[in-house]
Design a protein around this ligand. Structure first.
Ligand code: NAD
Length: 480
């Protein structure tokens, strides 16, 4: 059985308590590895070594920080197959997806912020009466990065890379549900030659996350995960005046107008609802369709969803793998039961999926599920499900589409499907959503601000937004 280690002070080690947690393989429903169950003592040790490392790291030229980040990217690229296999095994997602999305994007994150390290600049404000202000952007010191299980290495590197690029030392915690690729990253960071203590990786559950948030020497926290956890973190961090970015849950709409490119819309919305088993924060879970198109769209959509192949993540033609854990499987099945109770009509799915691979007999597989006939205000259409479940909702006109789209506590991502450019601009301006895609979904430019409004979060990641978050601006006013 694989035994994972923490990375503290440049060496791989168990937690100080030597406690361990089990790591499960979702496609087979069995434990296959163990990870350290860290606690506040491990956070203390990691912060101490990170503080020592910071005195040198903050003075390290940005070109050297960039070189190390590129070197780490090179090593993941070299071992891409091993990383993809590990990510698929740990999450239940199709190997083909880990190979084409998760790991390439993790490499891209490291390379993108390697470049940002050398290109980040700050402002100056000249005054007419003989003075100039310039902004120094200095790293905070030690920062905390906490990530979820759905895109493990992708989201972990999305935080760690800008934090390091900006000159901070890092104490990072991957999800306890999917710790394996973070442990592999720890090994590669040693091989890449990162100085001891610059990057520290602690495994464990919410308790160690809480200890990172509470540690007085950790100046900033970058968190991605659920809205409830985000609320706990905001409450814990507020009295300590920590900087925070919170990337939280969503209840994202896809809005399909009758004038859309029909084929592109059906294909795009199926992907946006069911990619990665629907376990992407940006997935659409509410599909709003203009009433005149509704019957035709519903028929084509359900047909395409029925055709999605649920199967062993290792098989190349698998579209949808296993849900990440027994607990999450139970939560999604519970949401389907709620939809039934609320009077929803299950158009397809709604049941455990039978997967033909014998090794997957005990895996957590669910048929992709489409539901209609529910009010926009019901629990199914208000609460995040975060699984392969989408609802269909008809609307009459733009005003109603907007009211339904904006009518939840969340505000993360929307995709609009229409050929009317003016309408798309109008809608984009009025949607309460951190991201709006028009006639596409999950097309990402890493320079753009990424994050949500309302209960979907606080602050933005991506591009120079991330570099700004991980630095403290200091105004210097010089009279001459
Ligand atoms: P989660 O909130 O349960 O856990 C996320 C991380 O927080 C894990 O590492 C966990 O151990 C840690 N944690 C738990 N309790 C903590 C505490 N009290 N203090 C500090 N850390 C704590 O989320 P999850 O179930 O792993 O991920 C799914 C959720 O993440 C969904 O709601 C999804 O929408 C959201 N998500 C959001 C984005 C985004 O960019 N907005 C991206 C991916 C996932």
């Amino acid at each position: 059985m694989q035994k994972l280690a923490n990375l503290v002070g440049g060496s791989l080690q168990p937690s100080l308590s030597a406690h361990e947690l089990e790591v499960w393989e979702p496609a087979v429903g069995q434990v296959y590895a163990s990870a350290p169950q860290s606690d506040a003592a491990d956070v203390e040790a990691a912060v101490a070594t990170a503080q020592t490392a910071f005195t040198t790291w903050r003075e390290t030229p940005s070109s050297e920080r960039a070189r190390l980040l590129h070197r780490l990217a090179d090593l993941i690229e070299r071992d891409l197959e091993a990383f993809a296999a590990a990510e698929s095994r740990d999450t239940g997602k199709p190997l083909s997806l880990a190979r084409s999305l998760d790991i390439p994007r993790s490499i891209a994150n490291l390379r993108f912020f390697a470049a940002a390290a050398t290109q980040f600049a700050s402002e100056s404000h000249a005054m007419e009466d003989g003075a100039v202000n310039y902004t120094l952007r200095q790293p905070h010191g030690v920062v905390g990065c906490i990530s979820p299980w759905n895109l493990p290495l992708y989201l972990f590197t999305w935080k760690i890379a800008p934090a390091l690029a900006a000159g901070n030392c890092v104490v990072a915690k991957p999800s306890e549900v999917t710790p394996v690729t973070a442990a592999m990253l720890a090994e590669r960071s040693i091989e890449a030659g990162f100085p001891a203590g610059v990057l520290n990786i602690l495994h464990g559950g919410g308790a160690v996350g809480g200890a990172i948030v509470a540690h007085p020497q950790i100046r900033a926290i970058s968190f991605t995960g659920g809205t409830t956890t985000g609320r706990h973190i905001a409450l814990a961090a507020a009295p300590l005046f920590k900087k925070l970015t919170l990337e939280l849950g969503g209840k994202n709409p896809s809005i399909v107008f009758a004038d859309c490119d029909f084929e592109a819309a059906v294909t795009g919305v199926v992907r946006s609802a069911f990619a990665n088993q629907g376990e992407i924060c940006l997935c659409s879970s509410r599909v709003l369709v203009e009433r005149s198109l509704y019957p035709r769209f519903r028929e084509a959509f359900v047909e395409r969803v029925r055709a999605l192949r649920v199967g062993d993540p290792l098989e190349p033609d698998t579209d949808q793998g296993a849900l990440v854990s027994a607990a999450h499987y139970g939560k999604v099945m519970g949401a389907v039961a709620t939809a039934r109770k609320e009077g929803g009509k299950i158009l397809c799915g709604g049941e455990p999926a039978q997967v033909h691979a014998a090794r997957c007999a005990k895996g957590w597989f669910l048929q992709p599920t489409v539901i209609e006939g529910l009010a926009a205000s019901c629990e199914t259409n208000q609460e995040e499900i975060f699984g392969p479940v989408a609802t269909l909702l008809p609307f009459e006109d733009e005003a109603e589409a907007l009211a339904i789209a904006n009518g939840t506590a969340f505000g993360l991502a929307t995709s609009l499907w229409s050929r009317d450019v003016q309408r798309c601009h109008r809608m984009a301006a009025q949607l309460e959503s951190g991201l709006v895609w028009i006639n596409t979904w999950l097309l990402r430019d890493l320079r753009t601000p990424m994050g949500g409004t309302k209960h979907s979060g606080l602050g933005r990641e991506g591009g120079f937004e991330a570099m700004k978050f991980f630095t403290e601006p200091k105004n210097v006013c010089l009279k001459y």
